[in-house]
Design a protein around this ligand. Sequence first.
Ligand code: CDP
Length: 226
Amino acid sequence: MQVPDIIIAIDGYSSTGKSSFAKIIAKEFSFLYLDSGALYRGVTLFAIENGFISDDCTIDVPGLDKALNDLDLHFGENGTYIGERCIETEIRSLAVAGKVSPIATVPEVRAFVDKKLREFGASKRVVMDGRDIGTTVFPNAELKIFMTADPMIRAQRRAAEMTAKGIEVDIQDVLKNLQERDYIDSHREASPLSQAEDAIVLDNSHMTMEDQLVWLKGIISERFGC
Ligand code: CDP
């Protein structure tokens, strides 16, 4: 399928499979994939390790904002990096998941991440996933998808993913974490998670990845005549 030079924005709730879907899309259409959540997770790891966020999630906003000026957070061969250090495993831990949504409420952090994302998006042929890509980062994206799924199914998928990586988790802890994140993400003041008016909803509770790809190709051919 010959897909035109567009930006595909995928937003939605935690653990709905946005990043897995985005990666498949990138591979299928030779698009660049950008995981905006990984950047928020990277800032969170940096904040934890440097004492900018306490155990009860109090954030030293001025300190963090200043430190962001020198934070070399970027994507590399094996995922997300701070300088030379690959942080891909650490950013997927529950310790980071437990603090990322409070960190993502900070406008200074959002500005830092948005700037990086917009630089990447300048080239088009990009698929990006997050919470506010279609509403804030790329409001003019040619195709916007809003993903949702039943919470228990989402928790099961995420727990299976972590177990496969050798991380032991309790399904109730995972469910609690994703519900808390959904709540904070939807209720924060700065660019909350919300469905763009022109986004197409995809509830994938009972869909396979293959089903999703067929669904997407149908939409693309209908909309762009390819
Ligand atoms: O993959 P998962 O659904 O667990 O989340 P993620 O995409 O890795 O994002 C982690 C967290 O970063 C989210 O719960 C949000 O708090 C925040 N985030 C955001 O605020 N805006 C984005 N565009 C992407 C992520």
